[in-house]
Ligand binder design. Sequence first.
Ligand code: ADP
Length: 247
Amino acid sequence: MRICLDSVKKTYQAGSGRIDAVRNVSLVVPSDTVYGIIGKSGAGKSTLMRLISLLEKPDSGSVLYDGVRVDNLDKKSLIERRRRIGMIFQNFNLFSSRTAGENIAYPLEIVGRSKHEIKKRTAELLELVGLEGREKAPVSTLSGGQKQRVAIARAMAIEPEIMLFDEPTSSLDPELVKYVLGVIRRLADCRQTMIVVTHEMKFAQEVSDRVVFMDGGRILEEGSPDEIFERPRHGRVREFLDLVRKD
Ligand code: ADP
């Protein structure tokens, strides 16, 4: 699915002040491409992801999916439209009282798939994320990395037109990060359209077709991974990369 943002703005009221979280952002994400979004904390990356996923409405500007405006839909159409988007957050958002398999089955139950189909698809999805055979595992017994992989499998269950990842590994222990990144890499290899907000710079460079650097609510620079990571035009991008590469 092709995503288009046209001069999108989002301002929050915080106490007595206003925060321009996203200022006039225009961006086109074509089908079958992987976009990496990087930038400092507070740059507006999460807000942008919530605008793209229709969790928030822009104050002005528009969001288009395949050329159709979607930011002004009524509630029912909005819920319908959002069903075709897979969204992965830092904190997994799984049903803790369900097993891994039951979490993955949930979106399939909602759309009325047969029991047989659900069982087959759940097994396939568990395999996709490297958790084959863990169907009956209660979520509470899984590690953070395994939980995130269940969340990815659940989001993939409905064959989303786009997958949005908002810092999918930032709450994980370092040794678990690589498994989750491995799953995302596999989706990228299958040409799944994706937008990934990440602090993992090497990963962003390797997996993205295009990279966006956000700063102060704006897109300061957009380019190929080589352009952004090897020869950034803006001093602020260089500064940011020097800083994160030191860690
Ligand atoms: P990032 O994801 O790059 O860290 P965010 O999109 O989370 O940036 O935040 C951008 C700015 O908007 C920050 O200054 C943040 O404090 C502010 N902000 C984000 N969400 C809200 C909200 N719901 N209410 C008030 N301020 C917010």
